[in-house]
Design a protein around this ligand. Structure first.
Ligand SMILES: [Zn+2]
Ligand SMILES: [Zn+2]
Length: 237
């Protein structure tokens, strides 16, 4: 039986969004849940995949041999449990409250890396028909929070998706590239440094297609900022 004093303490505390226990952290998650998350540390500077290294900042063999068109990938988490269970919920209004603390975790990673910040943020666009059926673009929600916290403006209009593609998850990597070809159009300024914002980066195909489109339009540097990066299938073997 809790005393009146203990009950008042619990009422004044926040409840963790993951385990529902009361806590006094200045965060939506309690400290044990926060520390248990699959943070994307020790990853390749360029593509964001996990590295066998003692610290981040190095490039993986793939990026050394065939560098992608984007310069850097910064992710809050690897796309592993519980992130892989929570992130799909961001695509429905029921799960939108999770975008806030996940974006706070991305900001923590960005600040820890002490990299040059971009001039502008650009959300990965979704096709207009998907936007109408879903009612929102989750990448824009992430951008809005990043913009307010980091004081970097967002360009919501210059990059558009011009043709609805088949669901990427059902395709192999060759067909993913074909499916995305010429599906992004950029009609905006030749910014010096852009960060493209998305919820999850799976194979990097979308990121590469957008980076190529922006570089062709005169943008000088494209970085990718995502809530989660999917590791290669053999990562946990
Ligand atoms: Zn918790
Ligand atoms: Zn790499």
């Amino acid at each position: 039986m809790l005393s009146i004093f203990e009950n008042i303490c619990i009422k004044n505390k926040r409840r963790c969004l993951l385990c529902s226990l009361p806590h006094s952290e200045n965060s939506e998650l309690c400290r044990p849940c926060l520390e248990d998350l699959p943070w994307a540390n020790l990853t390749c500077f360029q593509c964001g995949l996990p590295l066998n290294a003692q610290r981040s900042g190095y490039l993986c063999g793939q990026c050394l041999q065939h560098p992608p068109p984007y310069t850097n990938t910064t992710a809050a988490f690897l796309y592993l449990f519980p992130i892989n269970a929570l992130l799909p919920r961001l695509k429905s209004s029921r799960g939108l409250h999770h975008h806030h603390w996940m974006t706070d975790c991305l900001i923590r990673q960005i600040n820890n890396r002490h990299q040059a910040l971009p001039e502008i943020l650009i959300p990965v666009p979704i096709h207009i028909t998907r936007r109408i059926t879903r009612g929102f673009n989750q990448s824009e929600w992430i951008c809005r929070h990043l913009s307010q916290s980091l004081h970097i403006p967002t360009d919501y209009v210059s990059l558009t998706k011009v043709k609805a593609s088949k669901a990427q998850a059902q395709l192999d990597s060759f067909n993913r590239r074909r499916n995305l070809k010429a599906h992004f159009r950029y009609q905006g300024p030749a910014y010096s440094h852009v960060a493209v914002i998305d919820d999850v980066m799976t194979t990097g195909t979308t990121a590469a297609a957008i980076a190529k489109t922006l570089l062709l339009a005169g943008v000088q540097q494209v970085d990718i900022w995502v809530l989660a990066r999917t590791p290669e299938p053999d990562f946990l073997d």
